[in-house]
Write a protein that binds this ligand. Structure first.
Ligand SMILES: Cc1cc2nc3c(=O)[nH]c(=O)nc-3n(C[C@H](O)[C@H](O)[C@H](O)COP(=O)(O)OP(=O)(O)OC[C@H]3O[C@@H](n4cnc5c(N)ncnc54)[C@H](O)[C@@H]3O)c2cc1C
Length: 122
């Protein structure tokens, strides 16, 4: 691959790691979980930076103000519900998952399709 922006990735390897998206709650009496610890990351995409920032901020505000309504957590959970449904479908595909991901990557190359998919899942 030709170097772009002076970054040579020709020796790069693809690596991954498991990401916890198994949300079971974020508040347990006076113990709070945020980000990956609470399983706020997206199952289908593995994106967890945004939910970590949002949930961390919401937890901090809740600790500082007992009456704080963490509406941003409600919003995160609504998105997660959709993501989990998508994840259930992907898991049930079994070996067809590989074909699905190849097709998905192709589809994401089209900016309009990509934008629709991203808006519906994130
Ligand atoms: C390979 C990979 C690629 C990813 N790519 C993306 C991406 O492109 N976009 C995206 O949005 N998300 C991505 N994610 C997910 C994202 O990294 C996480 O969702 C996000 O970092 C979660 O933030 P966090 O603050 O909850 O946890 P972390 O970032 O894991 O921070 C937790 C911190 O706590 C520290 N810690 C743990 N135990 C203790 C302890 N006992 N005492 C003190 N400190 C402790 C850890 O060392 C760590 O620094 C990726 C994850 C992986 C694994």
């Amino acid at each position: 691959m030709a170097p772009k922006n002076d970054v040579d990735v020709s020796d790069g390897t693809c690596q991954g790691y498991a990401i916890n998206y198994d949300y079971r709650g974020y508040r347990f009496d006076n113990i709070f979980l945020a980000g990956d610890a609470a399983g706020f990351a997206s199952g289908p995409t593995g994106e967890g930076i945004y939910p970590a920032l949002v949930s961390g901020t919401a937890v901090a505000k809740t600790i500082m103000n007992a009456n704080y309504e963490a509406k941003e957590i409600t919003a995160l959970l609504q998105t997660k519900k959709i993501q989990n449904k998508a994840m259930d479908v992907i898991i049930k595909m079994g070996p067809l998952r590989n074909v699905f991901f190849v097709l998905l990557i192709q589809a994401l190359k089209d900016k309009r399709v990509a934008s629709r998919i991203v808006r519906s899942v994130l």
